[in-house]
Write a protein that binds this ligand. Structure first.
Ligand code: AGP
Length: 593
């Protein structure tokens, strides 16, 4: 996915756009660009290149002061990572300049049908949009030219459009990709994410699909694609700038790991008013009426979903299936007669999951999203939504969102159950256990021994196996060490062939009933030369265990067991001097299938 920011008003557009792009850089960082209206020459200057936002900041140091402009950070989908394919793109005459987040599936057809004589400067689907607008603007008013173009597009878009013939407006449009309009004293800011608006807008409106915006310095009008005015409600922005900075931490990832105890406490505070749950009773009623619950998610959120399966099955005794979103969307399994679907997604914008929701809505199945962004597409389109209150998660590698998702799934499972223990107390104890570990952790000492290895294994059983899957993803995605999370008892059925002298194998043990089994599996790999260490909870601890965490409720062990593994990944990437918050090839939310 990409990040887009536009500003029009009585303030420094370049500064606002660059600050916004910096805050949105986690959304994509292959290239960056912006366009500003040049009062002196009465046209729009364009600055763009591959590389990070900092490069754009440096290259626009001497740009003329301007009150209107648009900017973009790209995660490449169509076209290589290079200057030509960076945004903003423009029409042939350079009248129209646009930035786009999304994918236009039929851009080649549109190119051959309407633009066979146009000259293109890039391989992108985005440039086709600019060229189409220019083509239709030869006979239509600019707003009609834009909406006519929008009606032809198949796929997803969040668009900002500048018209050199009328620099007192920014046009915007949204379908499937997020776009938020901010209203502030000094003007109108339009961006992919609320974080880009902080400090410049007091209120915001999250655009619905198939809306079209005309923004002026002190006014913004929102229409449907038939040009009917929409009465948009603007809400106060409650996030503050501190949420978007690293504070005293070296990286967002480390800050977000350390925020996890307070995130758990915030969740307890938001979901309980003394002993009464604040969850909409309709959700619990609908889940109780189901004969099977399906959890759909991707990546780390799918790993949280696996924990959720155990929680719901053991507490509520409702069968649960967990499915990878991209598989479910195109290979729907046999569905029970009375299903209930939970979609777990930090961003609320994952395209693979959106494809599932479109399918589920067709069958009119009840759906619940568990997400960190209340204004997100999936949060707004599902039957119900529960927020995880993790606060903005900026590091691409998800940590506090995973812990928050597991905590919310635990509360949902508890509210479905006979409530035989105090969930608030159990979650609070988990927060304390994490806090105690973080106050004295020495995970960087353990990392040294496996940095040079070509691969690594996390082994565990039950919930620890699921935590191992998440631990492996974290280590892979920021240190680029090939890592597998493996069921401890399964390793000996073949994969143990990969164990050689020094292969790191980390055992995760938090269940006393199978403590001995996992330790035996560890001995099997030690006997073949593996470098091993153990991450355990105190009720499973033995004298030589390297990392011991305070015991927590047996169903909540994932909340604490994952934290040392998050730090292992962090220190491994740090030691390798990789970009921890923005790892190569990744983006914070994958809004393409
Ligand atoms: C997590 O570390 C990854 N960045 C990635 O797997 C992520 O969890 C996945 O893309 C799902 O994103 P979502 O939670 O926003 O749907």
């Amino acid at each position: 996915m990409c990040g887009i920011v536009g500003f029009i008003g009585n303030n420094d557009a370049k500064q606002i756009i660059l600050n916004g792009l910096t805050r949105l850089e986690y959304r994509g960082y292959d290239s960056a660009g912006l366009s500003l209206f040049n009062q002196r020459y009465q046209n729009f200057d364009i600055y763009k290149d591959e590389g990070r936002v900092q490069k754009l900041i440096d290259s626009t140091k001497n740009a003329a002061y301007s009150n209107v402009g648009i900017g973009h950070t790209r995660w490449a989908t169509h076209g290589k990572v290079n200057k030509e394919n960076s945004h903003p793109h423009y029409s042939q005459s350079r009248r129209f300049i646009i930035v786009h987040n999304g994918v236009i599936d039929n851009y080649q057809d549109l190119k051959s049908q309407y633009l066979s004589n146009a000259n293109f400067s890039s391989d992108t689907d985005t440039e086709v949009i600019a060229q189409l607008i220019e083509t239709f603007a030869q006979t239509l008013h600019v707003e009609n030219a834009i909406t006519t173009t929008l009606k032809l597009l198949h796929g997803s878009y969040a668009l900002l459009v500048l018209d050199a013939n009328d620099p007192e407006k920014i046009y915007a449009a949204k379908y499937k990709s997020p776009l938020i309009v901010g209203h502030g004293e000094s003007g109108i800011t339009i961006a992919s994410d609320l974080m880009a608006l902080i400090g410049y807008s007091d209120t915001y409106h999250a655009l619905e699909d198939k809306t079209f915006v005309v923004a002026r310095r002190d006014d913004v009008k929102i229409f449907n694609l038939d040009h009917q005015l929409i009465d948009a409600v603007f809400k106060p922005i409650e996030m503050d700038a501190a949420d978007t900075t690293k504070g005293e931490f070296a990286h967002y990832m480390l800050k977000e790991i350390h925020e996890q105890p307070s995130v758990i406490r915030r969740i307890v505070g938001n979901y309980y008013d003394y002993d009464a749950s604040t969850i909409n009773p309709e959700i619990i009623k609908s889940m109780r009426a189901s004969d099977r619950i399906y959890i759909l998610a991707a990546g780390t959120s799918m790993h949280a979903g696996l924990i959720g399966k155990q929680l719901i099955e053991q507490l509520a005794e409702i069968p649960v299936e967990v499915h990878i979103a991209s598989e479910f969307a195109y290979q729907m399994p046999l569905i029970s007669k009375k299903p209930f679907f939970i979609l777990v997604t930090q961003s609320g914008e994952t395209a693979d999951l959106r494809a599932c929701l479109v399918l589920l809505k067709k069958y009119q199945y009840p759906t619940l999203t568990i997400t960190n962004v209340a204004t997100s597409t999936l949060a707004r389109e599902a039957s119900y939504n529960l927020e995880i209150f993790a606060g903005p998660e900026i590091a691409v590698a998800s940590t506090k969102a995973y812990v928050a998702q597991v905590a919310v799934l635990a509360i949902v499972a508890f509210e479905l159950s006979a409530k035989t223990f105090d969930i608030k107390d159990a979650l609070t104890k988990a927060a304390l256990s994490i806090e105690k570990f973080l106050s004295s952790e020495k995970m960087d000492d353990l990392v040294r021994n496996f940095l040079t290895r070509r691969n690594c294994f996390f082994i565990g059983r039950g919930l620890d196996y699921y935590v191992g899957l998440e631990a492996a993803l974290k280590l892979k995605e920021i240190s680029y060490i090939q890592t597998e999370g493996f069921a401890a008892g399964e390793l000996k059925h073949g994969t143990i062939a990969l164990i050689e002298d020094g292969t790191p194998v980390i055992a995760l043990i938090s269940n006393p009933e199978i403590n001995g089994n996992t330790r035996s599996n560890l001995k099997e790999v030690q006997a073949r030369g593996a470098y091993t260490f153990k991450i355990v909870t105190s009720d499973c601890a033995q004298p030589d265990d390297e990392v011991v965490l305070d015991q927590v409720h047996p169903l909540l062990t994932a909340l604490v067991m994952v934290v040392p593994t998050q730090l292992l990944a962090y220190y491994a990437a740090l030691d390798r001097s990789y970009d921890i918050d923005k790892p190569r090839n990744l983006a914070k939310s994958v809004t393409v299938e």
